[in-house]
Write a protein that binds this ligand. Structure first.
Ligand code: CMC
Length: 384
């Protein structure tokens, strides 16, 4: 038996490349030099999207032009609209979940984009803007189809965040709801070599196309150890609520969690590969979400109180902190968003980070092809 060389399981701690786009450290989360709390407080999602995709803070005329381009690109080609008409049946009959529908819709968009096979910086930037503009329309039409409703057309008067909410319901969101959605998209936009972004770079590194790389990234984000955690976190809180009843009885919550610890279950929305002492994004979204919950009433404040108790027990007993997906679950629930659309909404934001990385990969490409430690049988003869 050959001795396997040492390796880092899950590539923990491995520096797998270089990037100018983002730095994830325990001490700070930085997008192109700007710290996340600064961006969440002072930048709109469109400004952050421009920063990530184009590389600098937009001037006001650049921002106006960028917003107009996005608004002009919100409509979908007929083939995608037709696919989305059937998507409600696929989801309602449990053949697919919304992340699968979104993945296929993005893949079809690739077939219909005249620049699909062109990996030049100009074509890639144009394709990135088109995807950014169209993803909320896909999410909206899909949700309309799930609910058996007419498709809501994009509203050119609304921002990316407000339009995303509008398209799911046909109702213009309040300025408060728009703000909460906008900040959540700013927080979700980019996170260096997370699993989905790394996936997109591996695909782009073969000189494959941007739509293909994004399609792969969506599949990677779906899993509940990654982006799927925002849905799983809310499902977990619903399970706790179902098991303990409508009151936040701390001893019952503690028992529920001790049982989870004994069964060695992972609590969704907690822990992080890099942030071992807390995720910078989580308290920002928690505070905003809690304010929204207080405005909506007791059911929602009680949900946040339940979440806070769970968080307190995890922090004191396990020293494991919430990641951004934990407050996100409670926040999107408070906003009335259907749980299976939480991760697609993550895509509506992270598309910016993925596309920035795909462009960076194409601009400085080298095939990503690591080695693996072989642990199979020693050499043997087929006829022995
Ligand atoms: N619940 C209970 N225990 C945990 C959790 C958790 N959520 N996270 C980590 N641990 C424990 C884990 O069991 C292990 O304990 P031990 O050393 O006794 O075996 C220790 O902490 C180290 O965990 P790990 O699994 O080796 O850590 P990792 O870096 O491989 O995994 C993680 C990171 C995010 C996959 C993991 O923390 C996890 O599964 N969390 C739940 C899913 C989740 O919230 N994912 C979202 C990630 S961040 C945002 C995003 O990508 O969307």
């Amino acid at each position: 038996m050959t001795t396997a060389p040492t390796h880092a399981k899950g590539l923990e701690g491995v520096i797998a490349g270089e990037t100018e786009i983002c730095n994830v450290e325990q001490s700070a989360l930085i997008y192109r030099g700007y710290e996340i709390a600064d961006l969440a407080a002072n930048a709109s999602f469109e400004e952050v999207a421009f920063l990530l995709l184009v590389g600098h803070k937009p001037s006001s005329s650049e921002l106006d032009g960028f917003k107009s381009e996005l608004i002009a690109e919100r409509n979908l080609p007929t083939a995608v609209v037709n696919f989305l008409k059937d998507s409600g049946d696929l989801v309602n009959n449990q053949f697919a979940v919304p992340m699968d529908i979104l993945r296929t819709a993005v893949s079809i968009l690739g077939h219909l984009d005249a620049d699909c096979q062109d990996n030049s910086p100009e074509a890639n930037l144009n394709k990135s803007k088109r995807l950014l503009a169209k993803i909320p329309t896909i999410i909206g039409h899909m949700q309309n189809s799930i609910e058996g409703k007419e498709f809501v057309a994009p509203n050119p008067a609304l921002s990316h965040s407000a339009n995303l909410l509008f398209m799911m319901t046909g109702e213009e969101p309040s300025p408060e709801a728009e703000k909460v959605m906008d900040v959540s998209l700013v927080l979700y936009a980019e996170h260096d070599y997370n699993a989905s972004t790394f996936t997109s770079r591996v695909i782009a590194g073969t000189l494959s196309d941007l739509h293909g790389a994004v399609t792969g990234a969506i599949a990677a984000l779906k899993g509940k150890l990654h982006g799927g955690a925002n849905e799983a976190a809310m499902d977990m809180l619903a399970d706790i609520r179902r098991d303990i009843g409508s009151e936040n009885d701390t001893s019952k919550i503690t028992d529920w969690m001790h049982n989870a610890f004994t069964e060695k279950r992972k609590l969704m929305g907690f822990g992080h590969r890099v942030y071992k002492n807390g995720d910078h994004r989580a308290p920002i979204l928690h505070e905003l979400g809690k304010k929204a919950a207080q405005a909506r009433g007791e059911e929602f404040t009680k949900l946040f109180e339940l979440g806070e108790t769970v968080q307190h027990i995890m922090e004191t007993e396990k020293k494991i902190y919430p990641n951004v997906d934990f407050p996100c679950g409670m926040t999107y629930f408070t906003m009335g968003i259907p749980v299976p659309q939480y991760t697609p909404i993550f895509v509506a934001s992270r598309i910016t980070g993925w596309c920035a990385h795909i462009m960076e990969q194409h601009a400085h490409n080298r095939l990503i092809r690591p080695r693996v430690a072989y642990t199979g049988p020693d050499l043997r003869k087929w006829n022995d």
